[in-house]
Ligand binder design. Structure first.
Ligand code: NAD
Length: 387
């Protein structure tokens, strides 16, 4: 069995939760020269033993045993999200660096606790938002942050995230109030919600609507919302596990330009004279502002989860800036929780949301749940797109 000693140029990672995603990380770490897998943990003893044996590392069935064994400098927590805050906080309190899978948790109150613990302990805290490293997404974020689009007037997100019924039936926790605390916004859309808030910023008000339209599940497979931004812009979003095919899109329109990120392609346009300036000037009554496409060069390839693991290891070892700091995981979660709350209360919800109100709402949904989950066979299978 491999037991790797502490080293000045390698970070020793343990993984808590070695189901589909956790096993993907066990394999991915092998391609990161600054990282090594030194332990795994899963509450399912058969899974813990199988994965530990396969990777020739010690395995545990309780996260505290793994933490106390002193085999790791950092952990990745890839449990179902409601099971994330406890092992994540215990690991940080023991001085271990943390990569949280997405979302940080199923609710903002416990995500707040994770963020507070990271601050208190001073450990490195990151979230697995690997899509931030896709060249088109990274460029879009950079352009908006450099002011290329100006004040945002309209932001749109469309996200088809198709899943079949067999996916939902592969685990007792999936798509239930207790096991996930939400549906498409909680599990399939956090990456694109993160890109959306990175690009368009956080709204200050949401009007949400959720539906369970196609699948036999307890929570939403469609979520839509209208958003108001603090500077006056309007946003729309639609995420669904019912819609298949291409068309994942983030489009924003601002005073100085437009940006369209669609299926990994980026188009950027500028208004040489900004919309407010043009509008106030004197023109022929049918004139409109010039809109020019700006040539964009995209470099590199998306490194996937390995890119985040490498970035975190290099942050710990050499101070490289983090691509996805853990505290930024709160934004997309806050938006998802706000849309959910608005949909149930049938009222607009202001952000940041009231933590107690959301906890009470979730508790109520969980306590009055009568849904009987049918699982023929539990499957812990890595999404082939993440291998
Ligand atoms: N970043 C990404 O692209 C990505 C992709 C897929 C999944 N995920 C996230 O990863 C998480 C897990 O998803 P999955 O598809 O791997 O689920 P899964 O059901 O395949 O695996 C979860 C594993 O966690 C174990 N577990 C549950 N509670 C535990 C605990 N307290 N301690 C240790 N182990 C525990 C289960 O036994 C199971 O083996 C989810 O939060 C999901 O959103 C992220």
């Amino acid at each position: 069995m491999t037991e790797t000693k502490k080293s000045p140029n390698i970070v020793r990672f343990g993984i808590i939760g070695v189901g589909g995603m956790g096993q993907g990380h066990c394999n991915g770490i092998k391609d990161v020269e600054e990282a090594v897998l030194t332990a795994v943990c899963d509450t399912d003893p058969v899974t813990a033993e199988k994965v530990g044996t396969q990777h020739n590392v010690p395995y545990f069935t309780h996260h505290k045993q793994m933490i106390d064994a002193g085999l790791c400098d950092a952990v990745i927590v890839a449990t179902p999200h409601p099971e994330r805050p406890v092992p994540a906080i215990d690991a940080m309190k023991a001085g271990l660096h943390l990569i949280s899978e997405k979302p940080l948790s199923e609710r903002v109150s416990t995500a707040d606790q994770m963020i507070a613990t990271a601050k208190e302990t001073g450990v490195t805290f990151a979230i697995m938002f690997q899509r931030r490293m896709e060249p088109a997404a990274a460029k879009a974020i950079e352009l908006v942050h450099n002011g290329a689009i100006g004040t945002i007037r309209r932001a749109t997100l469309i996200s088809p995230e198709y899943r079949n019924q067999s996916y939902y039936d592969s685990g007792g926790w999936r798509a239930t109030w207790k096991g996930e605390g939400g549906g498409v916004m909680m599990n399939q859309s956090p990456h694109v919600l993160d890109l959306f808030v990175q690009i368009a910023g956080m709204p200050s008000l949401v009007y949400g609507n959720i539906e369970t339209a196609l699948h036999n599940i307890e929570v939403e497979d469609v979520a839509s919302a209208m958003l108001k931004y603090p500077e006056g812009g309007t946003g729309f979003f639609y995420c669904s596990t019912n819609e298949a095919g291409p068309g994942q899109m983030i489009e924003i329109f601002g005073d100085k330009g437009k940006l369209v990120l669609r299926d990994g392609q980026l188009k950027v346009y500028e208004f040489p004279v900004s919309i407010p300036e043009f509008t106030a000037g004197e023109h022929d009554m049918w004139d409109g502002p010039e809109c020019k496409e700006v040539p964009i060069t995209l470099e590199g390839k998306a490194p996937g989860h390995r890119g985040v693991i490498r970035n975190v290891a290099r942050h710990i070892l050499y101070g490289e800036p983090l691509v996805s700091p853990g505290e930024e995981g709160l934004y997309s979660l806050e938006l998802a929780n706000a849309v959910m709350l608005s949909s149930y209360t049938k009222k607009p919800v202001s952000l940041p949301i009231n933590r107690k109100e959301y906890d009470d709402f979730l508790q109520e949904m969980r306590s009055k749940s009568t849904f009987v989950k049918q699982v023929k066979q539990i499957k812990r299978k890595t999404d082939p797109r993440h291998k």
